[in-house]
Every structure is written in C-alpha cells, then in structure tokens.
Design a protein around this ligand. Structure first.
Ligand SMILES: *Cc1c(COP(=O)(O)O)cnc(C)c1O
Length: 361
C-alpha cells in the first residue's frame, strides 16, 4: 500500500485529475477518436516545446528515445557531455548500440563548459552531441544557451538534449536555440505516471536519419514522422497516458506557462532557504543549481538513510537519499510537478520535526 507522498525527483506525485483522465475508455489507435486526441495534443505540445517541428509520442521511458536518437543520428562519432549518472550512462548506451563515442567529462555536480565543448568539436571528429540539460542525479542545470551557441558554429554536428527533469520547469526555446532533438518523459516535471516519452525532431535530423542504416524499427524517426502525418504513432501507444497528457497540457496552459516557470523558481528558492538555514550546502555551484530539485551536500554528516526512512515511515513523505556513487553523501528534494508553497512548506516542516535525531550531537 502506497500511503506516502512522493517528493523524490521522479516519478513525482500525480494529481487526482490526471489519474482520472487515465481511466478514459480505451479506443482503437487507428480510429478517428485517437487521431482527434493526438491532434488536440499536438499544437499544445509544439507551443510548450517552442517549436514548429512535430512532437512525437513514444511508448517507452525516456531511455528508449535517448537510445533511439543515437541510432538515428550517429554517422561518424558521438560526443557525450557527461556530468552525472544519466549523462554518464548515455556514453555507455552509445557503445552498446555499436556506435563510436567519446565523453566530454566533468566531475558530478560540475557543469559542461562551453569552451571545452568548442575545443572538442573543433577537431571535426564528431557529428552528434548528447547533453543532459538538468542532471537529476546532481541537481545541476547546464548552461544550455551558451552550449547551443557553441553548437551553432558546427552545422554538421547535431544535438540531442535530454530535458527529462527540466521540461516545463524552465523555458527551453527549442527552435531558437537550434536543438535538433529535445526529449522528455512523462513521470518527472509533467507529473504523469511513467511510460510515455515525448520528443521533437528537427528537419535536419530527419535528413540525417534518412541516410543512416540500422535505425531499427521501434524508435525510427522516419516511421514516427510518417505516422505523425496521419495523427498516429507507429505502434499501439499507451493511450491512457495520452489522455493524461492532454489533461496535463490543458492544465499547464490554464495556469499559464510563465506562471508555471515562476512557481517552480519560487518553490526551488523556498527549499534553498531551508537548506541554508540548516547549514547545509548545495552540491552544484549556486549559479548552476537546478530549478526542478535540490541536491543537498551532506556537509553536516547527517545519517541520510535514517532520515529518509523515518520521514517516509513517520511522516509519509518520500525524499531521495542520493543517487549512485553519491548516495548518503547527498540527498535530493524535488519541487517538480504540481507542488505549491503550502505543500513545500509542509514538507520542510515535517523534515524539521525529525531532523535533529539524525544529525551528530
Ligand atoms: C529520469 C531521467 C532519465 C531516465 O528516464 P527513464 O524514464 O527512466 O528512461 C533520463 N534523464 C534524466 C535527466 C532523468 O532525470
């Protein structure tokens, strides 16, 4: 029985309204009813992705399309910008796909330096760059605009940007920045259950994909495009989540996109204030701190595992005790999705109520 509320950085808490939308009766995925649903989502998605390009719906988690992007777009060699668990994994995925790739690597919590990227791209070795915009494992948000300015100098190098935990939290003007593939997943900032990935693909990426053999079928961008033109997906999609998506998109535009960005920034600042008041520090430099979540450095030598467990069992609130190699050395608090000043204040007050037991005396 799930009797606690999620404040981990994904999946995040799903609203009653979104859950209800998931129970809409299923229809045939080649029916006019489905085409209607797909076509209702499309303009809202294009507005939110800030793009004229199509936005595809993939029945997979984000990794499906992260792998797919590499299979569709690498001709020569991929440069993976790695700065945490998700971006580190991407270079591994490139190699498992039998493609050649290198890492432009920085310490977890550090950002990708546009000057270093420029140096690497100037070798002419690469034709694809992968970037995780918001490295969820470290709570670090990369300087996307500066990075895309570097990529603009290299017209033969395509870009794939993972915005899984930043999409709809901060503005990402896809077309203006020249991002070739912008992708996200349903279970993070969109606050839906997992199972749907969303991606928008540029026309130069389609041109590249057409020249590439071995794109596979399930994540073939050209298949997506052909079906998109009919208001459909290549294979049977997760229809309940698409109902949930339409509900969520309408909700986002009701709130107002700018208001949504501001709400996330305010909630993030509210958490940061608590962190400072307690004497904790953030893992990344403040300038590159994520607006979606806070990754807190355990500089007070707290018993993180004990704290996270007690918060969940006693207060019915679930935060994260750190990811991978920084488990216990950090902990993470999400402010994604539908949180507001009251729900965050409640979380912080409940943390306050028990934290002293887990700090060294
Ligand atoms: C959660 C996350 C992923 C992985 O998403 P899945 O839906 O599990 O495939 C990828 N990138 C980032 C930045 C994430 O936060």
């Amino acid at each position: 029985m799930i009797d606690y509320k999620l404040h981990i950085p994904g999946p995040v808490n799903v609203s009653e309204g979104a859950y209800k939308a998931l129970t809409t009766p299923v229809m045939g995925h080649r029916s006019p009813d489905f085409v209607d649903l797909y076509n209702q989502c499309q303009p809202l998605l294009q507005t939110l992705f800030q793009t004229q390009d199509p936005v595809f719906l993939s029945t997979s988690s984000a990794w499906g399309v992260m792998e797919g992007a590499v299979r569709n777009l690498t001709r020569k060699k991929t440069l993976c910008c790695t700065c945490g668990a998700f971006s580190d994994k991407w270079i591994d995925v490139v190699k498992r796909c039998g493609k050649s790739g290198d890492a432009l690597s920085v310490e977890w919590g550090q950002h990708i330096d546009p000057v270093e990227l420029d140096k690497r791209l100037s070798t002419g070795e690469y034709d694809l760059v992968t970037l995780v915009h918001n490295e969820t494992s470290c709570g670090m948000m990369n300087p996307l605009k500066e990075i895309m300015q570097v990529l603009a100098k290299y017209p033969d190098v395509l870009s794939v940007v993972d915005s899984v935990s930043s999409f709809s939290v901060v503005s990402i003007p896809k077309d203006e920045l020249g991002i070739d593939v912008l992708l996200t997943g349903s279970q993070k900032a969109l606050a839906l259950p997992p199972g749907l990935a969303l991606l928008s693909v540029s026309s130069r990426a389609f041109e590249r994909a057409k020249q590439i053999e071995g794109r596979g079928y399930y994540f073939d961008f050209i298949e997506f495009l052909k079906n998109h033109e009919k208001g459909m997906t290549p294979s049977t999609p997760v229809i309940p989540l698409i109902h949930g998506l339409l509900y969520t998109l309408e909700h986002i535009f009701e709130e107002g996109v700018q208001n949504r960005f501001k709400r996330h920034a305010d909630l993030n600042a509210q958490v940061h204030k608590w962190i400072e008041a307690k004497g904790f520090e953030l893992l990344p430099q403040k300038k590159y701190a994520s607006k979606s979540l806070s990754c807190v450095k355990n500089n007070l030598d707290m018993d993180v595992a004990g704290f996270v467990k007690a918060l969940k069992e006693e207060k019915k609130l679930s935060i994260d005790g750190g990811y991978g190699k920084i488990k216990g050395k950090t902990f993470r608090i999400s402010n994604m999705g539908n949180e507001n000043a009251e729900t965050i204040a409640f979380l912080l007050s409940q943390m306050d109520a028990i934290i002293d037991r887990f700090l060294p005396s």
